[in-house]
Design a protein around this ligand. Structure first.
Ligand code: ZN
Ligand code: ZN
Length: 349
């Protein structure tokens, strides 16, 4: 399926590929054609292996059929169709590449170092994949919307001289400062999402997963994601860091956010109170009484320690999910969930 979607990116880059990334792809076109070729070959090899080894032949046949469609669409030599530049484009490339890279990284890791016995295609994975698709393919609109509140409400507070001084610092220092500032802001936004009942209705979607893995972190109501990202952007907008430091931060966050949800039993004895690990964030997702409304910080347990919400005992949590109300399992139902009446509700849902 990713091969077919990648073919669409090659055929209709003006519509489907993130505008900012286009020059990068053009400069490394041979590399990306090579990746596509390798993926198509892998599709046929894995499809054939599925047909030989698995009792159900359907998935193998489907995989090979999709590989054949990718070849018919031009294979690794697909040429762009000129439809003229459009103002907005989807980030289908971002979805395809992230899913490929994260899947190839985390699926084997979770097989080798799993915390809990669970299937790769566990309950709810399709819903989570839809969340993953929307947040990645819609990256341009999302990041655009993310910047509006800060620009509209706080443009007056921007001090250019101050921003120049911030951007002139060593990159590693700026990276740490972004982590500290963004995490402080999102700590309070996250805490509000838990403690204000009508906000919890949105955030309950993220907590509705009963099984955690690398894909489960994508399950998040769009408005929750928007508000959290807008809050994260505010200190960045005011402090004005160097672009290289921001790129490093965004690259780090996009892997780290996936990592802390992963079904991995690694404990990092020397780091577990310095930076959020899977153990730390799994406690945030627990429905065990002892872990309710703990560990709001996304990266730095420091903020939970400072504000009295840290919880990381020597054992792992027993179970995950919401306590009282269970949001629906389908994507649309989850989007509509906060707008429906739920009767009496506690902040702990
Ligand atoms: Zn939460
Ligand atoms: Zn989470």
């Amino acid at each position: 399926m990713l091969c077919v979607l990648a073919e669409l990116c090659f055929l209709l880059p003006d519509l489907l590929v993130a505008r900012d990334a286009l020059p990068f792809y053009l400069a490394h076109l041979g590399v990306f054609r090579g990746i596509l070729l390798a993926a198509i070959v892998a599709t046929f090899v894995l499809g054939a292996a599925s047909m030989l080894l698995l009792r159900s032949k359907a998935h193998g046949v489907l995989g090979m059929a999709l590989g054949a469609i990718a070849l018919l669409m031009g294979g690794p030599q697909a040429q762009a169709i000129d439809v003229g530049a459009s103002r907005v484009s989807a980030g289908l490339d971002y979805f395809v590449l992230e899913l490929l890279v994260l899947g190839m990284l985390f699926v084997p890791l979770e097989r080798a170092f799993r915390l809990r016995e669970q299937r790769i295609f566990r309950a709810g994975w399709q819903t989570d994949l839809k969340h993953f698709f929307v947040s990645h393919a819609g990256v341009q609109l999302l990041s655009f919307a993310t910047m509006i509140p800060a620009q509209a409400a706080f443009a007056w507070a921007v001090q250019l001289e101050f921003q120049k001084a911030v951007a002139a610092q060593p990159l590693w220092l700026q990276f740490l400062e972004i982590l500290l500032a963004v995490d402080f802001t999102t700590y309070w936004v996250h805490r509000a999402f838990h403690q204000v009942p009508w906000l919890w209705n949105f955030h309950a979607i993220h907590h509705s997963s009963r099984q955690l893995d690398w894909l489960a972190g994508s399950r998040m109501h769009l408005l929750d994601a928007l508000v959290t990202r807008a809050a994260a952007f505010l200190p960045i907008f005011l402090l004005g860091f160097a672009p290289a430091a921001l790129v490093a931060y965004v690259a780090f966050v996009s892997i780290h956010a996936v990592f802390i949800h992963a079904n991995l039993r690694w404990r990092f004895p020397y780091l577990r109170w310095a930076i959020a690990t899977p153990e730390y964030h799994h406690w945030h997702h627990t429905s065990d009484e002892e872990g309710i409304d703990k560990n709001f910080a996304a990266f730095l347990p420091l903020w939970d320690l400072a504000f009295g919400t840290a919880h990381q005992p020597d054992h792992w949590p027993q179970k995950y999910g919401t306590v009282k109300f269970q949001p629906p399992e389908d994507y649309l139902g989850q989007l509509l969930y906060p707008f429906r009446r739920h009767g009496e509700r506690t902040p702990y849902g």
